[in-house]
Design a protein around this ligand. Structure first.
Ligand SMILES: CC(C)(COP(=O)(O)OP(=O)(O)OC[C@H]1O[C@@H](n2cnc3c(N)ncnc32)[C@H](O)[C@@H]1OP(=O)(O)O)[C@@H](O)C(=O)NCCC(=O)NCCS
Length: 329
């Protein structure tokens, strides 16, 4: 297969919501890449935006390269070789690009990146490399991009049936504060407010809208029992000070189920009182009560407060996602 033939493969440029049949191809490609690389190549929010078709969703640009007939799956006549998704507009737009493992090292990634340049002109994007794949680093260099942000994945492993398998020690709660579970239909607005305050400086988490929350609550994994809120007061005077939303990744194809510290946040005025620790420990204890012996989380490498908290609880760094942006020089 010569590189010239790949240059002739059709690149489809889609604006806004994506048709379900294309999403099915993207899901298959993402699953194959996950199996090969051990990292999800598209973020959860990108998948939600692709599916939403919501007029309110941030602007969405999707480029797909389908392998030409000769190389494609004979059963369907099409085979998605690569996809690039840009969420948002202007210089804050974020790109995720993934090439199917069967079509790697043949120029598909460079083809998508150069078509993207044609569409967006000189306006750059920020680009995530999940797992900081070697080929992504090379592609970034080729297009004059440099690393600007690190997202760490950290992991806490507790061996089964040993003295070390005891849950981490719960932290004390400040006076008058209790932890209860999220009540769907009641707690959404208060949670969005607390989340917006805790993550005011976080580009993705801080911008969550009610539709994003509803999309997550509609997922199979959503379980209010694993969504913990730290509150002070009762009834209409109740104040939400912090939260720990946990997630369970079900076992699949030989991989055991894994728990996730999905999001922990404490409102700025309640930080530094031990709430972050108490909530994190309570969530881990919940995950361990479900029989989960491995717990993972994502955290920005420069979030010193959160990294300090997680290290104190025994989490260690396991992998890194890197964000690239055009070199300003
Ligand atoms: C990270 C966060 C949850 C910590 O919550 P908190 O209630 O302020 O933290 P705690 O008071 O429970 O402190 C827990 C531990 O972390 C350490 N810690 C807290 N803030 C710290 C800081 N700024 N720098 C270094 N260590 C810090 C404390 O020393 C404490 O350790 P100790 O138990 O040995 O005393 C909180 O700062 C927050 O909500 N930040 C914004 C949202 C966010 O970044 N969430 C994490 C996303 S992955």
């Amino acid at each position: 297969m010569s590189p010239t033939s790949i240059q002739n493969w059709p690149v489809h440029i889609l604006h806004g919501a994506v048709e379900p049949d294309v999403i099915a191809h993207i899901d298959d490609l993402a699953a194959a890449a996950m199996e090969q690389d051990g990292n999800p190549p598209l973020s959860e929010q990108t998948l939600i935006d692709l599916r939403s078709g919501d007029a309110d969703a941030p602007s969405l640009l999707t480029l797909t390269v389908f392998a030409v007939q000769d190389h494609a799956d004979p059963a369907t006549g099409t085979d998605l070789a690569g996809v690039a998704v840009v969420v948002g507009s202007g210089p804050e737009a974020v790109l995720e690009l993934v090439v199917h493992p069967n079509y790697r090292d043949q120029g598909v990634g460079a083809l998508l990146a150069s078509k993207l340049l044609d569409v967006r002109g000189s306006e750059g994007v920020h680009a995530w490399s999940h797992g900081n794949h070697e080929a992504a680093a090379e592609l970034a260099t080729q297009f004059g991009y440099v690393p600007v942000r690190e997202l760490w994945r950290m992991r806490l492993s507790r061996p089964k049936n040993t003295a070390d398998s005891a849950p981490v020690t719960p932290g004390p709660l400040p006076d008058g504060v209790r932890i209860r579970t999220f009540v769907p239909g009641t707690d959404e607005a208060a949670w969005l407010k607390a989340n917006g305050a805790a993550f005011a400086h976080h580009p993705e988490q801080g911008s969550m809208r009610l539709s994003d929350l509803h999309a997550r609550m509609a997922e199979d994994w959503f379980d209010p029992q694993g969504f913990l809120l730290a509150v002070r007061g009762d009834g209409s005077s109740e104040e939400l000070l912090g939260f720990h939303w946990t997630k369970v990744h079900a076992a699949s194809e030989g991989h055991p189920a894994v728990g996730e510290v999905y999001v922990v946040g404490v409102t700025p005025q309640a930080q530094g009182m031990g709430l972050g620790k108490a909530l994190t420990v309570a969530g881990i204890t919940h995950l361990q009560s479900l029989g989960l012996h491995a717990v993972m989380l994502y955290v920005d490498g420069d979030n010193s407060a959160a990294v300090a908290l997680y290290k104190k609880l025994g989490f260690t760094r396991w992998d890194t996602d890197v964000m690239y942006a055009p070199n300003p020089k």
